[in-house]
Design a protein around this ligand. Structure first.
Ligand code: ASP
Length: 346
C-alpha cells in the first residue's frame, strides 16, 4: 500500500532565499522546495503539501501558529499515515512541545524538521533532514503500524522525542540535543530505531482515540535565576496579576538564593493561589529540592518540581494546562506528572 505523508510548511531557513535588496534570508514558496528535491519520488510515497499560514521565521511563532499546525494535522489525520512539519530551528522545540500536548491520543508520526542552511546552498543540511524526516513519517513496522507514533524532531541523523529536545547550537549542523532522553533513532546507511524508547509502537493507528485539544493560555511568566538579580526587577513581575504560573529556571538541582525578599515574594505569589514551578537551568539533569539546603525553603513553600523537563517542554505544558482549565492541585499534579513522555517519573 502506498504510504501517504503530508508536508506542513511553516517557514524557517530550509525554505529561504536571499533577498536581492536587503541581503537577508526570506521565505520562498513550498513548490520550489519540492522541485529542488526530485529524489523524494524514490521513496514511493504519496506526498502532499500545505502551507497553513504565510511562511515565517520561527522566531515569530505564536501560540496561534501551534494551533493552526495542530488543526491542520487533525483535519487531515485520517487521510495520511504521517506528517512532516517544516519549521525554523529557533523555536522548533517549543512547537514540538505544544503539539505533543495538543495532539491527544496521537498514533501517527509527526516529525518536525528544518535546517541550518537553506535548500540549494552548497553544503546544505536541508536535503538530508527533509528526505529522512519524510521517510520516517511513512515508516511502518512488521505489523504495519507506524514506527514512531509521536511528535518528534529529526535533525542531523538523529530522531528525538520532540518534547525532550532543545536547540543547543546556532551554527553546527548538530543543532539539537536531548540530554535527558535517548534518541529514538540514529540514521546511517540504515535507520536504527530504538524501539524501547518509542511510545507504544505496537498500538494500531486508531482514529477513534485521537483528539485535538488545542486550548492554550499564555498566562505564564518565565524567569532565569542569576547571581545579583535585583529585587526591583523581579518583584514587579511577581506582583503582576497577569501571570498565574511562574516558571523559574533554578540553579543545579533546583537551588535558589535565599534572599528574604525573594523568598517572601515567592511565598506571597503562592499564597495568592498561584503556582511556582522549578526546572533546572543546567542543560541536563533534574530538580530535586530535597538535596540541598538552598532548595529547602522553595520546597516548604510549595514550589512544584518540573523534574527533568526542558524549559520549552515545561512552558508549553503550562500554557496547555491553563488553556484546558486545569487549576489548583490538579494543575500542580499534572505539571510534575508525565503526560506525553516529557519527563521522567521516579
Ligand atoms: N531563524 C530561523 C528560524 O528559526 C533559523 C532556522 O530556521 O534555522 O526560522
Amino acid at each position: 500500500m502506498i504510504r501517504r505523508v503530508l508536508l506542513i510548511y511553516t517557514g524557517g531557513t530550509l525554505g529561504m532565499v536571499r533577498d536581492e535588496h536587503s541581503g537577508a534570508l526570506i521565505s520562498f514558496a513550498l513548490d520550489d522546495v519540492l522541485h529542488k528535491l526530485p529524489e523524494l519520488k524514490a521513496l514511493g510515497y504519496q506526498l502532499d503539501a500545505i502551507t497553513p499560514f504565510h511562511p515565517i521565521d520561527s522566531s515569530q511563532v505564536e501560540p496561534h501558529h501551534w494551533q493552526s499546525i495542530a488543526q491542520s494535522i487533525a483535519e487531515h489525520y485520517s487521510s495520511y499515515d504521517g506528517f512532516v512539519v517544516l519549521h525554523g530551528t529557533d523555536t522548533m522545540a517549543y512547537t514540538a512541545g505544544a503539539l505533543s500536548y495538543m495532539l491527544d491520543g496521537l498514533a501517527k508520526p509527526v516529525i518536525l524538521t528544518g535546517s541550518q542552511l537553506p535548500l540549494g546552498y552548497p553544503r546544505t543540511d536541508a536535503r538530508e533532514n527533509l528526505t529522512t524526516a519524510i521517510e520516517l513519517a511513512g515508516a511502518i513496522n512488521a505489523n504495519g503500524h507506524p514506527r514512531v507514533p509521536e511528535v518528534c524532531i529529526y535533525f542531523d541523523y538523529r530522531l528525538f522525542r520532540g518534547n525532550r529536545a532543545s536547540k543547543f547550537d546556532s551554527d553546527k549542523f548538530q543543532a539539537f540535543q536531548s540530554p535527558n532522553y535517548p534518541a529514538l533513532a540514529e540514521v546511517g546507511t540504515a535507520i536504527r530505531f530504538q524501539d524501547r524508547y518509542i511510545r507504544s509502537t505496537n498500538e494500531p493507528a486508531t482514529e477513534s482515540v485521537f483528539k485535538l485539544r488545542k486550548g492554550i493560555d499564555p498566562g505564564v511568566a518565565g524567569i532565569r535565576l542569576f547571581p545579583g538579580m535585583s529585587k526591583s526587577v523581579v518583584v514587579p513581575l511577581l506582583e503582576s496579576p497577569e501571570n498565574r504560573v511562574l516558571l523559574m529556571e533554578t540553579f543545579g538541582m533546583g537551588n535558589a538564593p535565599t534572599h528574604p525578599w525573594l523568598l517572601d515574594a515567592l511565598r506571597q505569589y503562592i499564597n495568592s493561589g498561584r503556582t511556582v514551578v522549578s526546572v533546572t537551568q543546567c542543560r541536563g539533569g533534574y530538580v530535586d529540592m530535597g538535596r540541598y539546603h538552598s532548595a529547602t525553603a522553595l520546597r516548604e513553600m510549595g514550589v512544584v518540581s518540573g523534574r527533568d523537563m526542558t524549559f520549552e517542554a515545561a512552558i508549553t505544558k503550562i500554557m496547555w494546562l491553563l488553556g484546558n482549565d486545569y487549576t489548583g492541585i490538579e494543575l500542580e499534579n499534572s505539571i510534575s506528572k508525565g503526560l506525553k513522555g516529557e519527563l521522567t517519573e521516579t
